[in-house]
Design a protein around this ligand. Structure first.
Ligand code: SF4
Length: 117
């Protein structure tokens, strides 16, 4: 997928390394036995992200939250979502002249981590 002209964003394809299952709607017992390699913090983060993406109307919210978990675990993966950026205001980016790619992990030269200041 080519980035729109003028945008300094590298879109990365979906990683097929996502785990076989996710915790949405699962009991604690299930999580401990089947999804045992997820820390409690990862589970909470996953559920929070999934809820935000779902509320925003993204149909594949669970998959994206899982992609983010895998990204968080990989120190060499520096892709981000616009949702994590201080430049995102609603559906508008304050730093780029084109609409933000809100549900795609990407690298963006103008990215600024939300809550880091
Ligand atoms: S919101 Fe942030 S990450 Fe997304 S396009 Fe704008 S500057 Fe880049």
């Amino acid at each position: 997928m080519a980035a729109p002209k003028g945008r300094h964003v590298k879109v990365q394809p979906f990683s097929k390394e996502a785990g076989p299952c996710s915790p949405k709607g699962r009991s604690r017992e299930y999580m401990e036995t089947v999804v045992g390699n997820w820390s409690e913090e990862e589970v909470k983060r996953f559920m929070k992200r999934e809820a935000v993406f779902s509320k925003e109307g993204f149909k594949d919210s669970e998959r994206l939250a899982e992609q983010m978990l895998n990204r968080d675990r990989d120190p060499s993966d520096n892709r981000r979502l616009c949702f994590e950026c201080t430049n995102l205001r609603g559906r508008t980016c304050l730093a780029q002249s084109v609409p933000p790619l809100r549900f795609i992990l990407q690298r963006c030269d103008s990215f600024s981590l939300r809550g880091s200041k």
